[in-house]
Ligand binder design. Sequence first.
Ligand SMILES: [Zn+2]
Length: 193
Amino acid sequence: MADPIFPVPPVRQLPLPYIERLLTRDIASIDLVVIHCTELPDLATARSYGEQVRYDSGAGNSGHYYIDRDGSIDGYVPIDRIAHHVRGYNPRSIGIELVNLGRYPHWWDSRHQTMHEPYPPAQIAALRQLLAWLKRACPSLRYLAGHEELDRERIPASDDPTALVQRKLDPGLRFPWPQVLSDGDWQRLPPAA
Ligand SMILES: [Zn+2]
């Protein structure tokens, strides 16, 4: 029987220092996986962002899992804890972060809104393996969504306050949705009206 908190292979367990401060939940309440990319140069930088305390509770922002370009998977938050990774959907969801530059370091510059870095095959293979395991571990899990679909906020651009850019654009146009959705009976989460 697999450990419901962390998959056995191939996840390296590296819990964030504040996981005890994150609310617990019933695994059966999870019906959604949100796909993110870090929009940062590497996993070490993403880790340091994840460790930063941003709330009075002593917790910060992070996904549950981080997948590096070579396909290695780190577990930062156990799935029976609610992580802060997406506005409005945290209690029901698992956040998976893919290491990818995204718009780094000009996230909100109106002249740099194209995400160029491809997602390597090893990274996508690891994601698919992780998703398959999560589907078995979480009985209600059936929806997949990209962060950009769930957080549609537009904010003034850093280079031109009269222009608006998407606050969140991950995982972006480079993410291979057809490939990932072909694995099983995943459904795209219908965006809220
Ligand atoms: Zn995101």
